[in-house]
Design a protein around this ligand. Sequence first.
Ligand code: COA
Length: 178
Amino acid sequence: MAMTAATSEIADPSNDEPVLTVGPPTVEDGVAMWRLAGETGVLDVNSRYSYLIWCRDFAATSVVAKLDGEVVGFITGYRRPDAPNVLLVWQVAVGAAARGRGVAGTMLDRVFAQAPGVAFMETTVTPDNEASIAMFTAFARRNSTEIHRSDLFSADLLGDGHEPENLYRIGPIPSEGI
Ligand SMILES: CC(C)(COP(=O)(O)OP(=O)(O)OC[C@H]1O[C@@H](n2cnc3c(N)ncnc32)[C@H](O)[C@@H]1OP(=O)(O)O)[C@@H](O)C(=O)NCCC(=O)NCCS
């Protein structure tokens, strides 16, 4: 799989390798992102509407990954209003068929690169999500920086048998790190 962070990479017709493009989503990507969230079986699936409006209003701090034009992954994120140098990564999803090939890592690098002035990344992860913890730990390692875990939302607060959500804070991230 040829990887590029560009949104408009043109495949070399002499090369059959699928081309991965990663860049900000458009509203047209919202429905595929909503579907993908549901297919993971582990993410809290928000309304279809919420993915559409997210793509309209938070595209600069979100990314969609496409393999030969097909949506295979996404990240939704935003700058914390009280701390705009903090990028909160909300949801990360990669379709089952595309996992284990660095798609999520490429998306994390890209979403950070898209957000000038960001020095910290935050995310919340349930304690049982080893893949997610490994993915954020690898991002911290690539940037030679720290990752700290703390309690955020308890199971009681989340309700409905939801696992607690721990806060992971990565940084400071050097802007020349990627
Ligand atoms: C978590 C998820 C996004 C990872 O996507 P991916 O494209 O397979 O991840 P990558 O291939 O980029 O791997 C990133 C890092 O995580 C590690 N990793 C990925 N999946 C892993 C797993 N199941 N167990 C342990 N480590 C794993 C990789 O080894 C890599 O680390 P490295 O650079 O040290 O080798 C994907 O498994 C997924 O969509 N899961 C369901 C949704 C979810 O849990 N989202 C995260 C919570 S918001």
